[in-house]
Design a protein. Structure first.
Length: 603
């Protein structure tokens, strides 16, 4: 085992000792005091069986597992539209192994791509808590001995896991739907966005480019939060091996989903291979998720999601752990926005099977975790295929394209490209895997905003045509729900292309598409409540240094200490934002996962 990975794991185990023990005690109690079908009253069971008369007799007999389906289906998300007929197929596949299946409930699934830059985005992060709560409600009926979780995108997978882990005595698998086929290349799409930002093309050309990129059912093809979710589920052993990046609508995708239903039916407590979710998600699996994130250059959003998922299982991981791991984990994948290839090209080059095989061989992954999807993590180091209509797995062989995938012995970078920044502004994160090294240090005057729309307006007026650190504050979880500021990417990229030294500093989020501009994000403490980011004034010299790991306002310390904090904008209403006031009020800091639900539950 790599010594740094081992040491960080030990650090997490020690820090989590009491909370993890409480969680495991919860699992034992839930298993022993199980409120399930044998203990439910006849009227309760009649209600539970009434909706599926075709399976009623089998359910009454109680000989097989009843599998709950928690689905994030809607046809507004391309990634989740594929789930439309999954439940009816899963019921058939459950019967093949003597089990039954029911849709336990649906969870909301919003598309950040639709809401980016608009009021709905302020509900996005807290949709994760809402999904977790909806998952708990779905599983609360006590009529399931296992579950499959249908979800892919940004907040959906973390939310499903956060809720499901409170029922961690049940075996569960996540079932992805796969990425859409490749359309307009991501780099070409980004170029059109930058041309639009400068007025060189109109709305019609931009819309045609966007539709050509996002053109079919399936996950978006860049390596953002949604596809990073799928990568993490593979390295945590919570998928049928190799399920992450197989396209929708294919026979292979269907057989992988069928295998997931059969697998859940085989790992229940009535058999001899009991694999409950809460034991599968342990400290080693959480470290695997962090290692996978760093090795593939995944989404910065997981610096919020991994801590939140971990807390739901009684595990405490912090940004210092990510920082230490980043120094020891090589970057072995380049997928847009960290390269030009999309996830389909990544899959063709070897995909997750190659990544897992290589990281396991180099000692960067815990290959002794209890996996739900297969007998061991080694099974995830093989690629699925169909041979004579039978699902098989094969060794991925050598990298099919060394501009996309490399071995740890010859990586794109010796480290994972995530850094902690600390200084008088606070504590922040930065992802530099797609940033040119000569941009890792930016020292420039600040231009301060409290709304990303104001940044766009200032850009259009030509007010940012200089070296500048754009500071966008009051974007934290307590202020406005921590929306992503993805619409700032094109104008900041334009400024950088023009030769200016540019950086972003914010207590908000960037999306999984964070790219070539250095962005110090998730600044904590946030501005609302007195965070030092609220002390910055226009013209202050700001230094963002990803080499030294610092973020400072170069202001006389005596003046800094006596400055007044900027006044917070009034809380926005409309678009349902007022309904989430409780979530904003309870949310804890970004490093803990920015969750209101976990904070309110005392976890």
């Amino acid at each position: 085992m790599n010594p740094v990975v081992s040491a960080v794991t030990d650090r997490i185990v020690e820090r989590s000792r009491d909370s993890r023990a409480r969680y495991l005690d919860l699992l034992d109690r839930e298993r022993e005091m199980w409120i399930g079908r044998p203990s439910l009253g006849c009227a309760n069971l009649a209600h539970a069986y009434a909706g599926t008369p075709e399976d009623r007799e089998a359910m009454k007999a109680g000989a097989g597992m009843n599998i709950g389906i928690v689905t994030a289906y809607n046809d507004m998300l391309s990634a989740h539209a594929v789930y439309y007929r999954y439940p009816e197929l899963m019921k058939v596949w459950a019967r093949e192994v003597g089990a039954t299946a029911q849709v336990a409930g649906g969870v909301p699934a919003m598309c950040d791509g639709v809401t980016q830059g608009y009021p709905g985005m302020e509900l996005s992060l807290f949709s994760r808590d809402t999904i977790a709560l909806a998952t708990a409600i779905a599983l609360s009926h006590g009529t399931f001995e296992g579950a499959v979780l249908l979800g892919i995108c940004d907040k959906i997978v973390p939310g499903l896991l956060m809720g499901a882990l409170r029922f961690g005595h049940l075996p569960m698998l996540l079932v992805p739907g796969g990425p859409m086929p490749s359309g307009l290349a991501n780099k070409a799409k980004a170029a059109v966005r930058e041309r639009y930002a400068t007025g060189e093309c109109g709305r019609e050309e931009l819309l045609e480019a966007e539709i050509a990129a996002y053109h079919d059912q399936g996950t978006c093809t860049f390596f953002g939060t949604a596809n990073t979710n799928q990568m993490m589920m593979e390295v945590m052993g919570l998928h049928i091996p190799g399920a992450a990046f197989v396209n929708p609508g294919t026979r292979l995708r269907q057989e992988l989903t069928r295998a997931a239903v059969h697998r859940v039916a085989g790992i229940g407590w009535r058999g001899d291979d009991y694999r409950p979710l809460g034991l599968c998600v342990d400290e080693r699996a959480i470290v695997n998720a962090a290692v996978g994130l760093l090795a593939t250059g995944g989404s910065t959003n997981h610096l919020l999601h991994v801590p939140a998922i971990a807390r739901a299982a009684g595990i405490v991981i912090d940004w210092e752990d990510f920082d230490r791991l980043s120094g020891a984990v090589p970057l072995i994948a380049r997928v847009y926005p960290n390269g030009s290839a999309d996830v389909n090209a990544f899959e063709q080059a070897g995909g997750m099977a190659f990544v897992i095989r290589e990281l396991s061989a180099s000692g960067h992954l815990h290959d002794d975790i209890l996996t739900a999807g297969g007998a061991s993590l080694a099974e995830a180091a093989r690629k699925p295929a169909l041979e004579n209509d039978t699902l098989i797995w094969r060794d991925p062989g050598v990298s099919g394209d060394d501009t996309i995938l490399r071995t740890p012995a010859a990586p794109f970078s010796p480290d994972g490209g995530m850094r902690i920044l600390q200084g008088n502004i606070g504590r922040a994160c930065i992802k530099v895997s797609a940033v040119e090294r000569d941009r890792w240090i930016v020292e420039a005057p600040a231009r301060v905003f409290s709304d990303q729309v104001d940044v766009l307006d200032a850009f259009r007026r030509g007010e940012l045509e200089r070296d500048v650190v754009v500071v966008v504050r009051f974007q934290g979880p307590r202020a406005n729900g921590m929306p992503e500021l993805h619409k700032l990417t094109p104008p900041l990229g334009v400024l950088q292309n023009r030769g200016f030294r540019v950086a972003l500093v914010t207590d908000g989020r960037m999306s999984g598409a964070s790219g070539k501009v250095p962005c110090a994000i998730h600044v904590s403490p946030e501005a609302l409540g007195g965070g030092a980011i609220g002390l910055i004034r226009d013209g202050d010299l700001i230094r963002v240094d990803a080499v030294a790991g610092t973020i400072d306002a170069l202001v006389d310390p005596a003046e800094w200490l006596v400055r007044d904090h900027a006044a917070a904008p009034a809380a926005a209403d409309g678009f349902g934002r007022e309904l989430f006031g409780m979530f904003r009020g309870l949310a804890d800091e970004a490093e803990k996962g920015a969750s209101a639900m976990l904070a309110g539950a005392g976890l």
